[in-house]
Ligand binder design. Structure first.
Ligand code: HEM
Length: 455
């Protein structure tokens, strides 16, 4: 529906509320009005299928709202000082009415948000949701993902327990390896040589003020852009019987069709989250002890893929590789110009095969390479006269990049996949590889970061 029609529809709703002055119809008109500021009056029926978006963008937005509410409640009792942070959390856990539940909901929503935003990115990629003028929103989405990770990371330190202290110590040391700005960012964040009062104060300010403000701004822009881009992506409708035109897109009114679905998802999410938070409280280990690191000292779980890479490559290479992958993900809309397959999961049958092949190769190759590097391959020993930056940095980095290029080219040449389909295969390889590295980091690394079997 055009903006003009949508405005007149909104006016009609307000007018209707004036003609029925009882409170319920007025409240309903106000609520409808609010909904129609966020959504268009009608949406394509295809976009309403659960199995298209899985509600992941909406779930992420709801989690962000829950985080805002519980975060403000936590601020009433939290004390950002090295002497009192831990005891203020203990006090909240034991003395404050519903304090433990609020903290747990905040903790689990934050972790779940990383998962839902990541899955939303996968959904958008696999349905080609960045095509037909949606490149800007793809970029905004990537910035949102980075902000969500940064919010999680800065919140990690606040309880000031052993887990927080050492995860952030490892995390900031990873950060300092980022070529160019890494050292300065890490110095700025820590406000000193190590994690201490300066770091806690900085992390707190960034966590409760800077990142939420940026998230609200960018999320608002993200939603507005979805509407501006003509709603979410969808497949082109089939051709008419004479094969000359496209059939008309079936549209349904936002109220009640979309709103009902959003309501069901919201109630289900809040119920599951509240129950989970009741039965699985947010962790709180003993007070941070800067002189006693745990063994192994691990970063937060979402950084363990990166920490795993560091075990196999020189730190500079282990930071350049994800940097190259992230830049390539940003550039996807400019590389994949195929538009006919928008809204179709995995593009086509060939695309599906490429996705399966990419995922299969990664599942076979990544654990194998980790094992080989752990027990057999030793580049610095093989190339003793070369500096380690080259033997353990440049060599594995170039080999990895050549492997990725090889996968893409063989999909294009051997499987005759088009650019978009080959990209689906390469992307699946990279994502499955990264998830596997993260799983290995979480479950299969024990004391001194040696490989172990968890059970
Ligand atoms: C806080 C994080 C985010 C929130 C709250 C959010 C929310 C949403 C919502 C509600 C939609 C409408 C459709 C749907 O529900 O799937 C959407 C669409 C979209 N999002 Fe996100 N998003 C976030 C992060 C991301 C990320 C990480 C990306 C990718 C890099 C991304 C890219 C897009 C694009 C391109 C669309 C349009 C998709 C289409 O037309 O099919 N978003 N987002």
């Amino acid at each position: 529906m055009s903006d003009h029609k949508s405005a007149s529809f909104t006016k009609k709703l307000i007018y209707t509320s004036k003609t029925h002055p009882d409170d319920r119809s007025r409240m309903r008109a106000v609520a409808n009005n609010l909904v129609l500021h966020l959504h268009p009056t009608k949406v394509p029926a295809a976009a309403l299928r659960w199995s298209y978006t899985w509600g992941l963008g909406g779930i992420s937005a709801l989690l962000a709202i829950l985080l805002g509410i519980t975060g403000v409640l936590l601020m009433f009792r939290y004390d950002a000082s090295v002497e009192r942070a831990y005891t203020s959390i203990q006090f909240m856990e034991t003395q404050v009415f519903f304090g433990s539940l609020v903290r747990s909901i905040h903790h689990w929503s934050a972790n779940l948000l990383i998962v839902t935003v990541f899955l939303h990115l996968l959904r958008v990629f696999y349905t080609g949701g960045y095509k037909k003028g949606r490149a800007a929103n793809w970029l905004i989405g990537i910035i949102l993902l980075l902000l969500v990770v940064a919010s999680n990371f800065t919140g990690y330190l606040l309880p000031w327990d052993q887990l927080a202290y050492w995860a952030v110590t490892v995390g900031t040391s990873l950060l300092s390896y980022v070529p160019g700005a890494g050292g300065s960012i890490s110095n700025f964040l820590l406000a000193g040589p190590e994690v201490g009062q300066g770091a806690l104060r900085n992390f707190y300010a960034i966590h409760v003020a800077v990142l939420p403000a940026l998230l609200v701004l960018l999320m608002s822009y993200h939603f507005w852009k979805v509407r501006k881009d003509g709603g979410i992506s969808q497949p082109a409708p089939p051709l008419t019987a004479d094969g000359k035109r496209r059939q008309r897109v079936e549209r349904l009114t936002t109220i009640p069709h979309l709103v009902q679905r959003e309501f069901v998802v919201a109630v289900a999410l809040i119920t599951v989250l509240a129950l989970w938070a009741m039965f699985v409280p947010a962790p709180l280990e003993e007070l941070a002890n800067p002189t006693h690191p745990p063994n192994p000292a691990k970063a937060a779980w979402y950084f363990l893929g990166l920490q795993e890479l560091l075990l196999h490559m020189h730190p500079l290479a282990a930071m350049i590789l994800p940097g190259i992958v992230l830049s390539a993900i940003v550039l996807i809309p400019y590389w994949d110009k195929e538009e006919g397959d928008i809204g179709v999961y995995f593009r086509s049958t060939i695309g599906k095969l490429m996705a399966l092949a990419g995922a299969f190769f990664a599942t076979a190759l990544v654990p194998l390479l980790v094992l080989l590097d752990e027990y057999w391959i030793d580049f610095p020993a093989l190339l003793p006269s070369w500096p380690t930056l080259v033997s353990n940095g440049l060599v594995p980095l170039l080999l990895t990049l050549a492997g990725l290029l090889g996968i893409y080219t063989s999909m294009r040449i051997v499987a005759r996949a088009n650019r978009s389909e080959a990209l689906v295969g390469l992307f699946s390889f990279v994502i499955v590889g990264f998830v596997l590295l993260t799983i290995i980091g979480i479950f299969f690394r024990g004391p001194n970061m040696a490989l172990i079997f968890p059970y």
